[in-house]
Design a protein around this ligand. Structure first.
Ligand code: FAD
Length: 284
């Protein structure tokens, strides 16, 4: 349960699922949610399509997870593409569906959005949305954080100062951007504590099971790739099967180390892949 994370009573395991881009993918996603739920995570979070075109789908998936699969669901929302009135509407929908957890994000500018539209958003930063949600709803709210700093931040310190603002605005817990080097996470956690950030922090783990992933999701995340992972890709990248196995193994080793060091939660970026997620869960 997500409450275990908030009370720090155990290391939670949670899954992030992607809100599909097309109606066909959306129709097929429920089977994947079923398979992921069978792995018994403490909670599942549903992303929100960049720019806000598919808010309804996020809530629909979250409601399915909450009521049909009986697993705590968290719906993501972004400042980009979300006006105050949309947020109020969405909160009503969440309340109606009995969803108690949201992740509040700023979001990125979609390629189809002008700078002017992006700059004119009503909530400028995630902390503005969090403050609003905490003042006007009874939702538990998560924010995100970046062990290697957010790509726009001037410095690691300024990013942490803004992270502290996010926590002061009411973030109940944090989930990290994906990372591949646990030492980076441990250093970040220590530094966050020195800024007075003591809410639970879930470590975001993405298994790299194909060499091409490094060119897409990882590039976008701004996460660095340590030599150990580079070596794995060099060695196994040409064989689909071997790369899959080595990537799962790398994620498992990361998770076991994090658990041993008492991490609050592990948040697996599942990329809607139940088979890979099941292989990881079986070993942790
Ligand atoms: P913020 O916390 O608002 O920070 C953005 C930048 O502004 C940072 O550089 C920060 O240092 C700076 N900043 C913050 N406050 C201030 C201030 N007061 N003054 C000046 N600068 C400030 N995107 C989606 O579109 N949909 C999703 O579902 C989604 N899910 C995600 C889940 C996770 C776990 C993560 C890590 C990211 C996710 N994202 C998602 C991507 C996210 O929207 C982007 O990374 C975005 O660029 C930043 O969002 P944020 O909430 O961290 O922004």
């Amino acid at each position: 349960m997500l409450d275990d994370l908030l009370k720090k009573t155990k290391t939670t395991i949670s899954f992030e699922v992607l809100s599909p881009k097309t109606q066909d993918e959306f129709n097929a996603v429920f089977e994947k949610l079923d398979a992921l739920a069978a792995l018994n995570p403490d909670f599942m979070s549903c992303t929100y399509g960049a720019g806000g075109s598919r808010a309804g789908k996020t809530v629909e998936m979250a409601a399915y997870i909450q009521h049909r699969l009986h697993i705590d669901a968290m719906a993501h929302m972004t400042c980009v593409g979300f006006k105050r009135a949309d947020l109020q509407e969405n909160c009503k929908l969440l309340e109606k569906e009995g969803i108690r957890y949201v992740m509040a994000l700023r979001g990125d500018r979609p390629s189809t959005m002008s700078d002017e539209q992006f700059e004119s958003r009503e909530f400028l930063y995630a902390s503005d949305m969090i403050r609003y949600l905490k003042a006007n709803t009874s939702l538990s709210v998560a924010g995100v954080c970046y062990p290697e700093k957010h790509y726009e931040a001037e410095s690691f310190e300024s990013d942490l100062r803004h992270l502290k603002e996010k926590v002061d605005a009411g973030a109940d817990f944090l989930v990290t951007q994906l990372f591949f080097d646990n030492d980076i996470f441990y250093r970040f956690k220590e530094k966050a504590q020195s800024f007075g950030i003591t809410v639970p922090i879930c470590a975001g783990i993405m298994p790299i099971t194909g060499a091409n992933q490094l060119g897409t999701s990882v590039n976008l995340s701004g996460s660095s790739v340590p030599k150990a992972l580079e070596d794995i890709i060099d060695k196994y990248g040409d064989s689909k099967e071997d790369m899959h196995k080595a990537g799962v193994d790398y994620a498992v080793r990361q998770i076991l180390d994090l658990k041993e060091r008492g991490v609050d939660g592990i948040h697996i970026y599942t990329m809607n892949r139940p088979k890979t997620t099941a292989e990881i869960v079986a070993q942790i």
